[in-house]
Design a protein around this ligand. Structure first.
Ligand SMILES: Cc1cc2nc3c(=O)[nH]c(=O)nc-3n(C[C@H](O)[C@H](O)[C@H](O)COP(=O)(O)OP(=O)(O)OC[C@H]3O[C@@H](n4cnc5c(N)ncnc54)[C@H](O)[C@@H]3O)c2cc1C
Ligand code: SF4
Length: 324
């Protein structure tokens, strides 16, 4: 197969309900938001469909709103708006910072929040042309029998590499889903599974309509490791949130992308208090991050390097947040 985009039929629903009806009527149809990841996958023969459901005309999915219940971001909001929103920069700084690190400015103009959260997992042996994958007998994730990363295993280890999910997770975001049975909200960390070939808890008839972030006084920050700073996916990325407890201690939560098939969220078991030696505390945090993630041989950069780097980034961000 060449890298030419195959023919497809384009449906353009005006509401979430019309999009769901289109999915029910055409089970092999795929939803398309900005298309920045989907189009590449279709050209590479990784997604085979004759019907795309374009979500761009669904107005309810393009809003950023704030009220007493918290912040709502529509799934169709583009990443340029997220990165440039003073509201998001003030209430959830990690989210604005993460959006600004996604790809380049032209991608961020069309790339959406929903597409970023539903991004497929990535692997060195998978995100390749059809002829490259064929020459390697394909792989377990799609059309093959063996995982080239973990040949004795029976599970795909491809890494979830979206930047927004960890940043939203440390702000305790929930994802909003619409389907034939109505609407539901789930904690964002429960939307993901540790299976690179099936990493989303989303039925094929459902779509993501938005994200909800509850009000909080959490300070947060995001940083990522990548090969080319101007445009690349994270080799590993980390969001850190810091909350001041009633006893003036600093409590940290951490979420990591690029190391596992799902973004990984965890909390430091103890807060940093005035009695702690900060050097000892942050060294402990560094070790905790190293133990909590499982990078695999899914990129050209060694797994151990990604483990050490993301731990160093996390402890550096945590130290900075506690000093601010
Ligand atoms: C060169 C390059 C660099 C990139 N760098 C980064 C990076 O640094 N960080 C990063 O996170 N990403 C990166 N990406 C991937 C991608 O551009 C972004 O993740 C983007 O946010 C995806 O959004 P989209 O709207 O274009 O999604 P699409 O490509 O339209 O969709 C992606 C997937 O999500 C599904 N989907 C989309 N919207 C919904 C919805 N509302 N409900 C259910 N399913 C939905 C689609 O069916 C598809 O499976 C890069 C891509 C390229 C080509
Ligand atoms: S981790 Fe294994 S099965 Fe998954 S995409 Fe990579 S080579 Fe394929």
């Amino acid at each position: 197969m060449s890298e030419v985009l195959p023919q497809f039929r384009l449906l353009q629903p005006g509401t979430a309900e019309e999009a769901i009806a289109a999915k029910l009527a055409s089970p092999s149809a795929r939803v398309c938001a900005g298309g920045t990841d989907l189009m590449v996958a279709m050209r590479r023969g990784l997604v085979e469909t004759d019907t795309l459901i374009d979500l761009a005309g669904i107005e309810e999915m393009t809003a950023i709103e704030v009220n007493a219940d918290g912040l709502h971001i529509g799934a169709g909001v583009n990443l340029r708006r997220i990165a440039g929103s003073s509201l998001i920069a003030k209430d959830c700084p990690a989210v604005a910072q993460a959006a600004l690190t996604v790809a380049g400015p032209t991608h961020r103009e069309v790339a959406t929040v929903g597409g970023n959260l539903c991004l497929d997992t990535r692997c060195l042996y998978y995100n390749q042309s059809d002829s490259w994958r064929k020459a390697n007998d394909f792989c377990l994730k799609y059309r093959g029998d063996t995982c080239h990363v973990a040949p004795t295993g029976n599970r795909c280890r491809a890494a979830y590499s979206g930047d927004l999910a960890p940043a939203l997770m440390v702000h305790r975001a929930e994802i909003e889903i619409a389907g034939p049975d109505g609407r539901r909200r789930v904690a964002l960390q429960d939307f993901y599974r540790e299976d690179g070939a099936d990493h989303l808890a989303l039925d094929p008839t459902e779509i993501v309509t938005g994200v909800h972030v509850p009000p909080s006084d959490i300070a947060s920050a995001y940083a990522k490791l990548r090969i080319r700073s101007a445009i690349d996916f994270p080799l590993a990325g980390v969001a850190v949130a810091c909350e001041i407890t009633a006893a003036s201690a600093h409590r940290f939560s951490i979420a990591v992308t690029g190391t596992n098939s799902r973004p990984v969220l965890f909390e430091a078991p103890d807060p940093l208090t005035g009695d702690d030696d900060p050097d000892v505390f942050f060294a402990g945090l560094n070790k905790l991050v190293q133990k909590s993630v499982s990078p695999q041989r899914t990129t050209t950069t060694a797994a151990h390097h990604r483990r050490l780097s993301v731990a160093a980034l996390a402890s550096r961000l945590a130290r900075k947040l506690s000093a601010a």
